[in-house]
Ligand binder design. Sequence first.
Ligand SMILES: Cc1cc2nc3c(=O)[nH]c(=O)nc-3n(C[C@H](O)[C@H](O)[C@H](O)COP(=O)(O)OP(=O)(O)OC[C@H]3O[C@@H](n4cnc5c(N)ncnc54)[C@H](O)[C@@H]3O)c2cc1C
Length: 378
Amino acid sequence: METFDADAVVIGAGAVGLACGRALARAGREVLVLEATGLIGSETSSRNSEVVHAGIHYAPGSLKARLCVEGRRALYDYCAARGIEARMCGKFVVAMDDSEAAAIEQLFARALENGVEHVSLVDGVDARRIEPNLSADTRLAIVSPVSGLFDSHGFMLALQGEVEAGGGAVVFGAPVVGGRVTRAGLEIEVAGASPATIRARTVVNSAGHHALPIARMIEGGPSYPDLAMHWAKGSYFVASGRAPFSRLIYPMQSRASVGLHLTIDLGGRTRLGPDAEWLADDAGPPFDYRVDPDRAAMFYDAVGRYWPGVRDRDLSPDYSGVRPKLAAQGEPSADFMISCPAAHGVGGLVHLLGIESPGLTSSLAIGEHVAAMLDDGS
Ligand SMILES: Cc1cc2nc3c(=O)[nH]c(=O)nc-3n(C[C@H](O)[C@H](O)[C@H](O)COP(=O)(O)OP(=O)(O)OC[C@H]3O[C@@H](n4cnc5c(N)ncnc54)[C@H](O)[C@@H]3O)c2cc1C
């Protein structure tokens, strides 16, 4: 087995791993991104809504709130500079009854606290003037003009290009299977067609669903005895016919609403979802990504509350993704966990855990955050 030295190693070529690689390359580091499969973005980064989130929903002061707002601004600029399709189509968050209307006012205050630009609150009449296919029951809506959609695959290709332009590489078919902290630094074991031991100054573990087991494989590193991963599968359906809205429509989640979103994707299709189906903690990975056609009945009910016209459309199962969650069902949602040397004491090592939504929107900001943490000599 070969042993060689590398400057910075990133584990996982999803959007977040590639964005970390790009940020390290921009900081002058030579980066090796190790990817288990044969493709960039082969897991969650290609199983999501491709929504550029504004930053409305996240707890003020959290990493999710901060990195989403920073990442969103950076993402639009990045796409504009490189000709990657991004459409700032705007979003409505809609309330359909009294309890949702009270909650939406609190959500609006949160959006302002998070620094989301240009948000406003409109009543049901104004909301229906702008989006006439909304239900007549619409009570209040947050209008968020800076929300949008983008081509996440074009984005990841551009990030890969920047890693390579900085003298680095994305290595495919290179699953990380172990590692250790030594006196001289960090060592990573890679299996696959060319097994190797890589000695690196920096290791960023951005392996999505696999990040916690990989962290635990690195002998002498933090093992997070109190953490467990939980999985919430999100399935999508596509509605037949012409797009009924020009903005993204997000209902409030409430006792009466499971909060199923509607998105007009970049191809003009009306995409409904994702829903949230909690899986057993030992259900994967790998996960069963098939979409159960019987879930359509629930989609008709949930979406019919704010778009009655869905009942005249056919719904076809589309695709699904699985959220890597640090909080179990019923627990308050957890923040991103960016576990850095200052927290766990191992120089040069960063683990990214629980990078669920808005991970795609936040990816450029997560990359800069990680590179800055590693630049302080730790
Ligand atoms: C249903 C759903 C909808 C979402 N919608 C949105 C949205 O609209 N907007 C948004 O901002 N965010 C959204 N997200 C979140 C977003 O998709 C994720 O936060 C983001 O894609 C995570 O990227 P990642 O690089 O961390 O993980 P991944 O994309 O999962 O990448 C991890 C990579 O690591 C590789 N890997 C795993 N194990 C190993 C190993 N041992 N060795 C080497 N490589 C390994 C995998 O093959 C994979 O390529 C959504 C998520 C879901 C599930």
